[in-house]
Design a protein around this ligand. Sequence first.
Ligand code: G
Ligand code: G
Ligand code: MN
Ligand code: NA
Length: 253
Amino acid sequence: AQLERRLRRALDSGAFRLHYQPVVTLGGAESSTFEALLRWTDAELGPVEPDRFIPAAESSGLIVPLGHWVLEEACRQLRGWHDAGHESFRVSVNVSPLQFEQATFVDDLTATLERHGVSPAALTLELTERLIVRDLSGAQHKMKALRACGVEVWIDDLGAGQTALSYLLRLPLSGVKIDRSFVQTLDDTGTGQMVQAMVALARALKLGVVAEGVETPEQLRSMQTLGCEQVQGFLLGRPMPAEAVVPWVGGRA
Ligand code: G
Ligand code: G
Ligand code: MN
Ligand code: NA
């Protein structure tokens, strides 16, 4: 409850920030998609981990206004990058089930995009399996509307939860992000085959694939060998403040 009060105050006082982590396409194409990640430094508590405050924001319902702020801020930032000549930059935003389940979610999102003059094609939403399990038909309905307006939807943390694989067939998805636990246990028996199977499934469904949590050159080589076309992780780029993104891209060119 105390954390909740602090969260509410942080939201009112503009204490949240977004950091951006690059999603890198292997073998060529310039990297221009960045995952937006919430950061919060409380005056007394210091930096608070999202793994701690997001569950608190979810259980209190604060995740709804906080999630609105995240989308607003991501669109504002996209507009800034596009205006500065980085028209290819895209942002991927994590959306909590409670926020996605709001009846006005799709309308609010399209209004935010319009207000900032940002193309829907510049935005990806990352949804977790939890959401689909809760309300498959509601998720289908909203995802169809999002796809129709040009916003991509990806499944985050694939393999970490309880998705029935059949759900992947029934949703208008653009891609899947393989949970970092797979990348981090590649030496275990069967993990490589599991990743290969997820990649094959994604290919068959014409979905993109991102391997998350790549921290070492060995992991990068393995994921490449297993057929992952895109990777994300500390080895390639840590989450960074917005102002570090353009220099980061420049440093790779
Ligand atoms: O950035 P970090 O790895 O510490 O994030 C921890 C968790 O918090 C991840 O599961 C991530 O998806 C989640 N998270 C980070 N930013 C956001 C956000 O803006 N909205 C939601 N709903 N979750 C987020
Ligand atoms: O659940 P989600 O995939 O959205 O979580 C994203 C979180 O993963 C971010 O908070 C980010 O800080 C973290 N992350 C990104 N790359 C790595 C990595 O290479 N290793 C670890 N341990 N965490 C990572
Ligand atoms: Mn994510
Ligand atoms: Na993830």
